[in-house]
Design a protein around this ligand. Sequence first.
Ligand code: ADP
Length: 344
Amino acid sequence: MLNIVLFGPPGAGKGTQSEKLIAKYNLVHLSTGDIFRANIKGETALGTLAKSYMDQGQLVPDSVTISMLEAEVNKNPNAKGFIFDGFPRTKAQAQALDTLLSSKGTGITLMLALEVEEEELRKRLLLRGQNSGRPDDQNPEVIQKRIDVYNNETAPVKDFYTAQGKYKGVYGIGEIEQIFNALCAVIDSKIEKPTTAKTVVAKPVKKATKKATKKAAAKTAIKKATKKVVAKKAAKKSTAKKLVKKAVAKKSAKPARPKGGKLVKKKVTPKKAVAKKAAKKVTKKVVKKAVKKQSKPARPKGGKVTAKVVRSSNKKVVKKSAKKPVKKQAKKVVSKKKIAKKKK
Ligand code: ADP
């Protein structure tokens, strides 16, 4: 929607320019002054109330004006846009209009202000009073009162729209057509520059997209990292499994038979071979010793028994076992000699 607030002091030419603008942009014209006058003519309760203020050059109370304007907006649900002429005249009215339009999903596009010096305003209003018959235009005191009310109560509304970046002033003295063209140029620049609006909207969207992209990237990174870890673990597992399988297979596998049918001798490491040789030597020695022991005579040569010299750690045991038979043999020899002596 194209919603324009046509702003300016009394006699600035708002009514005249509104007629031309609504025709060009196909907008609904809502002039609070015109609506009040229609109500005065129709002798409605609203008209009677409004007249009492208008004749004094004062503003009709906000509550009355706002509810009246809301009703007028609601009467035009299919409007492509509005030109608000003579409204809002106070900050309260401006706020009420914002609330009303935003409830309908729209807002004010632009505040177009016709800027005219006070001197020019007085001249125009007095001239209009002579032709239109409007009582508020015929009394210089009432005219001044309206200008003062504008400066004190209405002019601050400019700040309200300036703060929103919607205020645009157009010089209101000159040819009607020239001023109209100036107004159209402002409106067209606003309509033809959707890029400005897009950029304003696009910025937070871009930020949001960046954030979303960052989040997505982080998620993907986490996923990738997790996959890698899982893959590594799986690889380790499978390697371990393979190794175990190999080991089992080696153990259980029968030695490969060569073509000739003979078994291939298992390769023995040099260390093992040495150990085997050593073991063989030891066994041989032990067997030799055992054989010697068995073949040794019970009695030593010459009748004397000598204890066997053993160098090993079991010296005592060997000595003892060697001594015992020596003693016995000696005793036997002694007893045999004694018997021989007795026989003599
Ligand atoms: P002008 O703009 O030349 O003063 P208008 O037709 O806009 O003429 O207003 C005529 C009178 O109607 C105002 O002086 C005022 O008393 C009353 N009026 C119009 N619009 C408003 C408004 N928005 N709020 C209060 N009073 C209004």
